[in-house]
Each structure stands twice: as C-alpha cells, then as structure tokens.
Design a protein around this ligand. Structure first.
Ligand SMILES: [Zn+2]
Length: 422
C-alpha cells in the first residue's frame, strides 16, 4: 500500500505545481531537462523505478475517458501499475516526455517516437524507448525499458534441453557460417542472441552487432543502433560494417531480402553471422529464405543452425495440479505416440498460491528446436523437392512440439497451452 500512497502524494504535489512546471522547459536542452528536479520529474522517476522494481519490460500510459491508467507488462502479462492519474496532469507529463526525447510538443495528431536514458549514474542508467500514438481519448505513451538485466541470460539459463544446449554451443563456437534465431514477436529471440554474443565476447573476437533498438548494452561488443529517421538503415549499417574487420556479426533482426543476402554471402566467406528472424519456427525459416530468392545449395552451405523458439507460461511448481491424460481425449490424440497411460501431466491452479501471486504461473519458459544441415548438397535439387531435401528428418534433433511435450511431462508447462500453438 505504501507505494500507492507515495504515488498519490507525488500526484498531489505535481498538480499544485502544474502551472509553473512547463514554462521554462521549452528553451532548454533535453539533457538539461533530465537533470532538473520538479514534482513532475519526481513523479516520473517514481513510476519508472516502481515498474523497474516489479521487473516490467514495458509501461503503458493509457488515457481513458476521465483519467489515465498506467499498466505494465511483467514477464509477458499486463498488470495495473497505478490507476487514477488525473487527465489534466497527463498533458504536462506527455509534454515532459516529448521534451526529454527532443520531440515536437505541439504535435498531438501524429505518432512520434524517441528514446531517453534514465538514472543518475552512467553504469546504472536505463535506456527507454518511447512511442506516442494518438488514440481517440488522447495520446497513449508506451515505454520499453531497455538494458534490463532480467532480459539478460547466459546460454545455460535459456531452458534449452541438455542435447540442444550442447548442440548450440558446439555450432556457435566451431566453424563459420550463419546461426539464425527464429520465432514470432515476444518469443525471446533477442535474449538468445545476447546469450550467444556474451559467450563469444572475448578479447580475441571482434564482435559487431546491428540492432533496433539496442536492448541491452554489453561491454566489449561494438553495438550499432540503426536510425531510420536519418536513413541509417540496417542495409546501410551492414554495408559499412563489412569494412570493419569483424569476426562475428550479429543482426537483430533480418527483415529484408537484401540484408539476408548480404549476411549469407558474408557467412560463405568464412565469417560468423548471428541473426534473429521473424518466422514461426526453424523449418519455416528455410522456406522464408527460399522465398527471398536464396538458392537451396547456398542456404545449405551458409547456414550452420536455425534455432526456433517460443515462450510459454511456466507452471508454479508449488500449486500445479497433477492429472492423467485419457487416451481418447483431445490431449491423448495430441500426444499420439508420446502417449503413456501412467504419465502425469499438470494443470495450473486457478486459485494459485502466495508463491506465484495467486496466478498459478511463475514467469515464462522457452521451448526450442534446432535445425542443422548434415552435409552440403552435391547438386541443386529440383524446385518441387527443395523443401523435403533441405529439411530431411536428420536435420532436426527434436521438434519444438516434442521439446514442449517433454517440458509438459516435466511439469513445467500445460499441455493445453502447447496445443494452442501446434
Ligand atoms: Zn502457486
């Protein structure tokens, strides 16, 4: 309750100071604005700090009919952070955000985006990406909290099965070629990419990454932030980086066929390439590359591995509910050959327990598949058989579906949630 009380205290102070708040600001530089202490900046800082303490990845400021609701995303789930911010105060807050980011405060009808750093000391500072979009009820602001230590994991903390972990380590540290990480939005691709980069981050390696946005700063890695506003695109950055004598190059994420082609040719010339790509999984990535016009034998020669992944809710180990699957049920059919009468699976407990905040879940867990090509093709396959030859059964150690079933059997996820995906 203390946090909510403090919030209302700051709201009251900021409302009293509302008229003086923005007058002197317009003349000042964005950097100077951030050093300034006013009731409004204290309120802002408090909101950011509270969200950070709750381990949020995003903060949403949502103008409703009569007030503003502040929600946050924590481990994939939306939660109310603070309700009831008065609308008249929100106008000042939006202007303050726009000024800090160097945006146009007079523009209320078009979307804008920017970024700012938050925090007094360089080493503890937090990078924030801001997006403001006009809604019918007013301007909605979403802050993405970057440089968040919770998003940063080592390879061993990625929930990879033992076999997948060994395979990925081996593929990342030996030979050359491209390693792609595939999945939809919010599937943890960037977390995997950073885990790989930090493993490779040694004095003997020159690592360059091209990102939008740079989500986490890693000491020792040359990170490039693209900036579409000044036409510093992925394509431009890539072209320049090819002359920067790198050992490893990471790109998050591969959106155009031009970027894909450049990366593939760099992979063929003996460099190590790492990239994320927005596709449903490893196999679909191969088809995406074929659609981009990359020849099958090139794909096979250039790609060392494709990791497909998804994030599912992790069951609370304290309160989860065991049950046996009936052979003739929907779940029984889904399991198919993996079905065993004696196996125990788990549902989440809708009442939850204190450990999981009465939700039945604790954070999220990843499921994976890793596709590797066993050998190079001697001749190019005919169009019809391309997919089948490229992705023969020995290319996938286990599918994401199989990895998911193993994790359901271990009591880490619900079968129902897996069945919604496959
Ligand atoms: Zn629980």
């Amino acid at each position: 309750m203390e946090v909510q009380e403090k919030y209302f205290q700051l709201i009251t102070r900021a409302r009293h100071n509302m008229d003086e708040e923005l007058l002197p600001l317009v003349r000042e530089e964005p950097a100077a604005l951030q050093r300034e202490r006013t009731p409004l900046t204290e309120l802002l800082e408090f909101i950011l700090q509270t969200a950070l303490h709750e381990r949020a990845s995003d903060i949403h400021f949502e103008p409703l009919e009569e007030e503003v609701r502040i929600r946050m995303r924590v481990k994939g789930e939306m939660r109310v952070l603070f309700a009831h911010m008065p609308l008249e105060l929100y106008g000042n807050l939006v202007s303050r955000f726009k000024l800090i980011c160097g945006l146009d405060i007079a523009e209320h009808r078009l979307p804008q985006d920017g970024r700012f750093s938050f925090g007094r000391k360089q080493e503890n500072s937090l990078d924030v990406r801001l997006s403001v979009v006009p809604m019918i009820t007013g301007e909605k602001i979403v802050l993405r909290l970057l440089n968040n230590k919770d998003n940063f994991k080592g390879l061993a903390q990625l929930d990879l099965s033992e076999r997948n972990l060994e395979l990925l380590k081996h593929k990342c540290t030996s030979g050359h070629g491209a390693i792609l990480i595939a999945g939809p939005v919010n599937s943890g691709k960037t977390t995997t990419l950073y885990a790989i980069l930090s493993m490779l981050n040694q004095e003997g390696n020159n690592i360059i990454s091209i990102e939008d946005p740079v989500e986490y700063r890693i000491e020792g890695i040359n990170q490039i932030q693209v900036n579409e506003k000044i036409a510093f695109t992925f394509e431009k950055a890539l072209e320049a980086v090819l002359r920067q004598d790198f050992d490893c190059l990471a790109v998050g994420e591969i959106r155009s066929s031009q970027v894909a082609e450049t990366l593939i040719s760099a992979a063929l010339t003996g460099r190590r390439i790492y990239g994320t790509i927005h596709t449903p999984g490893a196999v679909k990535t191969v088809y995406r590359l074929l659609d981009m016009g990359i020849r099958p034998y090139i794909i096979r020669a250039a790609i060392r591995a494709i990791v497909g992944q998804r994030l599912l809710r992790r069951l609370c180990p304290i309160c989860r509910l065991p049950y046996q699957v009936q052979q003739n049920s929907r779940e029984g059919h889904f399991l198919g050959e993996a079905y065993r009468l004696e196996d125990i699976y788990y549902h989440h407990n809708p009442q939850g327990c204190p450990q999981c905040g009465h939700t039945g879940f604790i954070g999220r867990i990843a499921i994976h598949e890793i596709l590797c090509f066993s050998e190079e093709l001697s001749e190019e396959p005919k169009d019809k058989e391309v997919g089948a030859i490229l992705i023969s059964s020995d290319c996938l150690l286990s599918t994401m579906r199989e990895d998911g079933i193993a994790k359901a059997l271990a009591g880490e996820i619900q079968l129902e949630e897996l069945m919604n995906i496959f």
